[in-house]
Design a protein around this ligand. Structure first.
Ligand SMILES: [Zn+2]
Length: 276
């Protein structure tokens, strides 16, 4: 009898210890959920948003010829940025809108897009859905220039109609100074900067053996051509030709990620400070 009491007391004493151990273990465990909305169930989303997570990253790209890189470069590069930013900002990643507004490269095989009249309402409905899900900060990572205007039109309408805070950002414009810093020159469409990003993200999808410098043409304010004469367009004459140094490309893309994080963080911090 005495032994049984002693045993029970010993068990009772160890219960709080075990509980405390479990609590400490739970607090130190890494996030157990995926960062991709594609991979979360409704109960997980309900638990996470907006109580724990307020930020979502939405990639909008297109399918378009990119020189010796893949036609999906405008989806793949911002998707890599979204993965990095989601970890750094403790955000989630929405499924990509992979079709965008193409203009002058439609003649190149595998290139096709949707019109601005289709992209704008599509983006608007996706942004509205993300707002309704409970996200407070919607970061639109655009991979393709002609998407910018329809995306902003959609963002402005959703911002006016809801409580959402929306940032639409073109990664290659936001990081022009990084191209200067690492390469000492400007890039181009499928040019030095974009090709370097692609090499850092998916090196096997870039084919240096197919590259000819004559596949690149400087853009001009004086003329437009349909189709554009080459799949690579340069921002400045004599600059932006491809460089296949892999280590340099990785260094460039690390800096791109850091700069993108700094910009997004700054905007969110100021939204918060401004009480928006
Ligand atoms: Zn591109």
């Amino acid at each position: 009898m005495l032994q049984a009491v002693a045993r029970r007391e010993a068990v009772m004493r160890s219960v709080p210890l075990a509980l405390a151990f479990l609590l400490v273990a739970a607090a130190n465990a890494p996030a157990q959920h995926s960062r991709h909305l594609n991979e979360l169930n409704w109960m997980e989303v309900e638990e996470l948003v907006p109580m724990r997570i307020q930020t979502v990253l939405l990639v909008v790209g297109t399918v378009e010829a990119h020189g010796v890189g893949p036609n999906g470069a405008d989806n793949l590069v911002p998707e890599a940025l979204a993965a990095y930013l989601a970890d750094e900002l403790d955000g989630l990643i929405a499924p990509t809108i992979p079709y965008g507004v193409n203009t002058s490269l439609d003649e190149y095989a595998g290139t096709f897009g949707i019109s601005a009249d289709v992209l704008k309402p599509l983006a608007k409905q996706v942004l509205t859905g993300l707002t309704k899900t409970g996200f407070r900060n919607i970061i639109v990572l655009n991979g393709h220039g002609p998407n910018f205007d329809p995306l902003n039109e959609a963002a402005i309408e959703v911002f006016r109609e809801t409580e959402a805070r929306i940032l639409v950002i073109n990664w290659w414009s936001a990081t022009e100074h990084v191209t200067e810093e690492v390469y000492g020159q400007q890039g181009g469409h499928a040019g030095l900067n974009e090709n370097a990003a692609m090499m850092a993200v998916a090196p096997d999808a870039v084919h240096p053996e197919l590259y000819r410098p004559e596949q690149a043409t400087p853009f001009s304010d004086a003329w437009r051509a349909y189709p554009f004469p080459t799949p690579i367009g340069l921002y400045e004459p004599g600059e932006g030709y491809l460089d296949f140094d892999r280590a340099k490309a990785e260094r460039y893309f690390r800096r791109v990620k850091e700069e993108m994080l700094a910009i997004v963080r700054d905007v969110i911090t100021k939204w918060d400070a401004g009480g928006h």
